[in-house]
Design a protein around this ligand. Sequence first.
Ligand code: CUA
Length: 333
Amino acid sequence: MRRGSIVRVTIYGVLAGILASVVAVLVPWLPGSASEEMDRIELTFWFTTVICIGVFAVVAAAIIYSILNFRASPEDESDGPPIHGHTGLEIVWTAVPAVLVTAISIVSAIVLAKNDDAGRNPIRIAVTAQQFAWKFEYPGDAKVTSGELVIPIDKAVKLTLRSLDVIHSFWVPEFGQKSDAVPGIETTLVITPNRKGQFSLVCTELCGIGHATMRAPVRVVEQAVYDKFLAGGAGSGGAGGDETSGKGVFTTAGCGGCHTFSPAGTDAQVGPSLDSIDPEGAPLEDFVRESIIDPNKNVTQGYQPSVMPETYESTLSDDQLDALVQYLVEGQK
Ligand code: CUA
């Protein structure tokens, strides 16, 4: 290869590399990180991306050079020169990718191990997934439960994921970590938030008709705010916290994931609206109670049966059920 050719191939490679780098840097491919785990995931992502850009630049340079220099003229129908392999080249294009892939797997293995390590004394929060809601139970004597995940900044949190029905998946994009909630087993997930703010937990496993509405607010707060929240939800401004008020039950049981109910500020349309319930001649309170514990008995016209879980009789206490019924009855228009 002549010197002029080497210079040209190098220029093509540099240009292709710059172009790919611009695309990699300027497009916001990932949400802004809000946890130490996501920082490490980003590191892996960028490590891999830099390697990819390098490989792309080399391949693009070879292609561009070949297109410009070895193009056959339109009349030329002769055969190209016969080529019988090139041992040196084959060793190089096997060895280089092998080294790169090994490097990526080492970095990934270290990140995976670190992201699974909650340290010595993590905050343990039990997460229960159910069609179509999330519930969080916090450690401590107050037995605080909420429909909003509230966690303190810069503390490792170990989530234990359970599902009451089908497979769901826990994912807060800014936290990076993701894990399925599988019926019958317990899975765990470690999160160490390092940015305060309001985020959104989304279910990322198709789990039924209300899958798209299976979201929950997530709040990363100062330790003092978290302590206050644990002490009984005072000043927490949380969506839940108060397990025995009708509104609290409505939120933590996930009713808002499927139903519109103005007093609770929900507008989902998986199930019928609860703003003006038609008891079909029965006493309203009895009708509401029966519809919660045996939802398939009176299915509103236009809605499918067997969508609403039949588990509320066992998962709600008598007090909670009473409060929920009252809340719904009082909220009628
Ligand atoms: Cu739960 Cu999708």
